[in-house]
Write a protein that binds this ligand. Structure first.
Ligand SMILES: NC(=O)c1ccc[n+]([C@@H]2O[C@H](COP(=O)([O-])OP(=O)(O)OC[C@H]3O[C@@H](n4cnc5c(N)ncnc54)[C@H](O)[C@@H]3O)[C@@H](O)[C@H]2O)c1
Ligand SMILES: O=CCCC(=O)O
Length: 498
């Protein structure tokens, strides 16, 4: 393994092939792409650079596996998912090492991700046997109506690099629970975790063709187009940027697929004067700097009411000064690198823009070339204004911009002044205010007095240009089911012999 990387206990979890129809395969072209460690820039290994014909083979495998898999009972699928969940738990350390290696997040966070990711298999193993239909009172005399829920069919899943395990399990869990088969395109930056999950699927006895993982970097758009235009694929679920989401939606329109899109955010994080300062600071640290700011639900704009503004800025900056940035395997490291230099450059541009317009840097603000080209100092900037780029664009990095506000009406207007609406957070002890603000924020998820909302039990998803559909929770399985209505006529006649 690479420089400074602890060895896996089970070396057979490190794969360098895609997983199609229950077999480990190369691209038909024989081409591969290199994957690099974002901390060290060293090569981790290679993966097949698959193209349209490789993707088609995976779609055909998923299609062939569908007729028998959809006939399995919910209880049988529950057992498979439960087994896969247990294998993730049993191999948690190795999975976390892979996540840290290819994504860069510190080991403690990577272990947290494994638990979160496995939680979706556990959750949906419990949902699988409970996809109930309804009986409905008909308005037409003599008719009886009931519904059954059936799997959508073959699904195409596309996920990003920021949660190499959890974004995939959050889609595959409900798909399998519903009785669907899948072709998942793993992220080019982080394909090894997904491949290890496929190995565990194999060990869990998931039948060949039910889970297929294709890999690509340069050919990503070609693979995406094949999935979205295939008449065999009945549903596409995508997590990633709003721009790519719009493209995939257009591509899917030719075959009118069922879609769920978890797209970009620009989360407002509001602290009212009546909030508990320590709780608000802890919530802001958790929300803003999780995965070095690279989550779609990270606080992007922090609005602090004027009566508490200076105290919040000082206390928050003090906490950020205590961070230790470095390689994810190093002892005591709290925050890792960004995924690539494009991400670093975007963060640097947001800081420069804020400073040029009067923002005052309290902590950080610089690249960290001594650590490596993908490292950026955790940064806190006060005196932010709504003209700055950070107010309008998701930074997706470790920069906290602190805005001052006076009234509820003013802050809600600012918070909603964006075309996206994924998560929003606020801190207050006033219960009536809690209801008012929760109802007024134009987002899919609200955190009140907490900076973390992610939970397999909670519906995850957005409104506006953050997309549609919900993942996790009791609603997540519905994205992979269709409702079939059955009407029976000539019912309700007189009892025979009466
Ligand atoms: N709402 C959510 O749950 C959620 C979760 C994670 C990330 N995101 C969003 O993703 C963005 C950051 O990730 P990113 O910059 O890597 O996003 P991205 O949209 O560029 O890439 C995400 C995934 O889509 C794939 N992809 C890219 N172009 C594609 C194409 N033309 N066809 C098919 N697949 C394609 C990538 O390989 C990757 O696997 C942010 O905007 C963030 O908010 C949203
Ligand atoms: O980045 C998006 C997903 C983050 C999460 O599930 O908490």
């Amino acid at each position: 393994m690479g420089h400074g990387v602890p060895p896996l206990s089970d070396k057979s979890l490190l794969k360098s092939q895609a997983y199609v129809n229950g077999k480990w395969v190369d691209a038909k072209s024989g081409k591969t792409f290199e994957v690099t460690d974002p901390s060290t820039q060293k090569t981790i290994g290679t993966m097949p650079e698959m193209d349209a014909s490789d993707t088609q083979a995976a779609i055909d495998a998923a299609s062939a596996a569908l007729p028998s898999f959809r006939k399995t009972t919910g209880r049988e699928r529950a057992r498979m998912l439960r087994k896969w969940y247990q294998l993730m738990v049993d191999n948690a350390d190795d999975l976390a090492k892979l996540i840290t290696w290819e994504n860069g997040k510190p080991m403690a966070d990577a272990k947290g991700e494994v638990a979160y990711a496995a939680g979706f298999f556990e959750w949906f193993s419990e949902e699988a046997p409970r996809a109930y239909g309804d009986t409905i009172a008909a308005t037409i005399p003599g008719n009886r109506i009931f519904t059954i829920k059936q799997p959508v069919g073959v699904c195409g899943l596309i996920t990003p690099w920021n949660f190499p395990a959890a974004m995939i399990t959050r889609k595959i869990g409900p798909a399998l629970a519903a009785g669907c088969t899948v072709v998942a395109k793993s992220p080019g930056e982080t394909p090894f975790t997904a491949a290890a999950l496929a190995e565990l699927a194999h060990r869990a006895g998931i039948p060949a063709g039910v889970v297929n993982i294709v890999t690509a970097m340069k050919n990503t758009a070609e693979v995406g187009e094949t999935l979205t235009s295939s008449p065999i694929i009945k549903k596409v679920s995508f997590t990633g940027s709003t721009g790519v989401g719009k493209l995939l939606m257009k591509q899917s329109s030719g075959t009118l697929k069922k879609l769920s899109f978890e797209l970009g955010g620009n989360a407002p994080f509001i602290v009212f004067d009546d909030a508990d300062l320590d709780i608000a600071v802890a919530g802001a640290i958790a929300s803003k700097f999780r995965s070095s700011g690279q989550t779609c639900v990270c606080a992007n704009r922090l609005y602090i009411q004027s009566g508490i503004y200076d105290r919040f800025c000082d206390a928050f900056a003090e906490k950020v000064k205590g961070f230790k940035v470095g390689g994810g395997y190093d002892e005591g490291v709290t925050h890792g690198p960004l995924i690539h230099d494009r991400a670093v450059n975007k963060v640097a541009a947001h800081v420069k823009d804020a400073v040029e317009q009067g923002g005052k840097v309290l902590v950080g603000g610089q690249k960290m070339p001594d650590l490596g080209s993908n490292f950026f100092q955790p940064t806190v900037i006060r005196d932010m204004t709504s003209q700055m780029s950070l107010a309008h664009e998701e930074t997706f990095g470790p920069v906290a911009g602190l805005f001052k506000f006076d009234t509820e009406a003013e802050v809600v207007k600012q918070a909603n002044d964006t075309e996206v609406g994924l998560a929003g957070y606020f801190f207050s002890k006033d219960i009536q205010r809690c209801y008012r603000i929760a109802e007024a924020l134009e987002v899919g998820m609200v955190g009140i007095n907490t900076g973390l909302v992610s939970d397999a039990a909670a519906p995850f998803g957005g409104v506006k240009e953050s997309g549609f559909g919900r993942e996790g929770s009791k609603y997540g399985i519905d994205e992979y089911l269709t409702i079939k209505m059955v009407t029976m006529g000539g019912m309700g006649g007189e009892l025979q012999g009466s």
